[in-house]
Design a protein around this ligand. Structure first.
Ligand SMILES: [Zn+2]
Length: 392
């Protein structure tokens, strides 16, 4: 076979496997369904299905006409193996790693959180990740070698192309950590993927929010602020941190504040828990240690309308006029206690301030709706499957 024929044969094989695996991942698992979804004849599907069965990538389940396993005329269904060829997602935070496990078809199988006494650093990162991996594997009773990859959700600046964690404001020691080299000792799976936590987190709510098209801007307001813009593809910026909207100066500020980044009046220096509590103590006869302690409806209403509304509308107007997204998705632990008064007022004001009424829809999420470890798997899905097809 000539080199050219060899290459085209491999490309054909890759495409056929991809079509069939994608059908299975879409939840199509009958013979007929796989043919229809992939657009292939059973003659083309059958050798691939047999190969996947022999490798135990998929398993069969016989179900009778009543939809139950047992006697009677049976139909065979194909499902991804729940014990082999599993995917792990890991969300890295300063002092904890949350891991989750799915089948090759992204079906969740369980999750586990490992805590650490000290912050993660460049020196201990391999040790921490290995500990989290082994603990999760033990907790979920997995045989070694059955996890084929880990996909990481990480904070700060991330270079997805080079698989490198560049920088993190909250973990100053992090500098150019190359994730391709973390598996050198052979304990971790060979394939490791990374992405910025903001992109991973929003992926975990896309199916539940029924947002199927890749046309949204996601705004997160928590410990810091961040944005993920997906206009048919995630925008990364040339240094990997497109989305650092928290460091845009807010012009309507009454008293200057210095941000953690060292600059003046950044939005995230205004929209954070400490500043909101300070606002409450300056304006009401009330001293609180946490936002969850606020019970007074009048204070909740006033903080929402007099303090949070304007900076949130300000940034959302900029974002809306630049990207013209179909949807803006907003999520933030510091905003949540005020959603009751904030959401309606925000949407009304946004229509007035944006070009042509802004996005078609505003979706509000809670921070508990997000799961970065699961989103990391979804986010790397296409790369995972592509690499996997070359391995089997
Ligand atoms: Zn700043």
């Amino acid at each position: 076979m000539s080199l050219r024929n060899f290459r085209s044969h491999h490309e054909m094989r890759r495409k056929t496997y991809l079509k069939i695996i994608n059908a299975l991942r879409a939840g199509v698992n009958s013979k007929r369904g796989i043919q229809d979804h992939s657009g292939l004849s059973w003659g083309s599907c059958s050798p691939v299905i047999n190969h996947l069965l022999s490798q135990k990538v998929i398993v069969t389940q016989d179900i009778n006409n009543e939809g139950k396993p047992g006697k009677g005329r049976k139909t065979t269904f194909f499902n991804f193996n729940k014990e082999k060829f599993l995917l792990m997602g890991m969300e890295i935070d300063t002092r904890r790693i949350t891991s989750c496990l799915t089948t090759l078809g992204n079906r969740p199988l369980g999750s586990y959180t490992t805590g650490f006494n000290q912050s993660i650093t460049s020196k201990n990162i391999v040790k921490y990740i290995t500990k989290a991996f082994l603990e999760c594997r033990e907790k979920l009773q997995l045989e070694p070698g059955n996890v084929i990859c880990i996909s990481f959700s990480i904070p700060g600046a991330v270079d997805v192309e080079r698989n490198t964690w560049l920088y993190c404001e909250r973990i100053p020691d992090i500098n150019e950590v190359d994730f391709s080299r973390l598996n050198e000792k052979g304990v971790l799976p060979k394939k490791l993927y990374i992405q910025h936590n903001i992109h991973a987190q929003v992926y975990s709510v896309i199916p539940t929010a029924e947002i199927k098209e890749n046309d949204y801007v996601f705004i997160h307001v928590g410990q810091g602020m961040a944005m993920s813009a997906n206009m048919g593809g995630i925008l990364y910026g040339h240094r990997g941190f497109a989305g650092e909207i928290g460091h845009i100066p807010y012009p309507n500020i009454k008293k200057d504040v210095i941000c953690l980044c060292g600059k003046k009046n950044c939005l995230e220096a205004v929209l954070n828990a400490k500043k909101i509590l300070e606002y409450i103590s300056d304006n009401f006869d009330c001293d609180l240690r946490s936002l969850n302690e606020i019970k007074d409806e009048e204070i909740i209403r006033k903080v929402a309308l007099d303090y949070l509304l304007d900076p949130l509308v300000y940034i959302s107007t900029i974002v809306s006029n630049i990207f013209d997204p179909k949807r803006i998705i907003i999520e933030g632990s510091v905003l949540e206690p005020f959603y009751k008064y904030l959401t309606t007022a925000f949407e009304k004001k946004l229509r007035q301030t944006t070009w042509l009424n802004g996005p078609a829809e505003v979706v509000w999420c809670k921070s508990t709706d997000l799961d970065g470890s699961y989103g990391a798997i979804l986010h790397s899905s296409a790369r995972i499957i592509n690499d996997f097809i070359y391995q089997i």
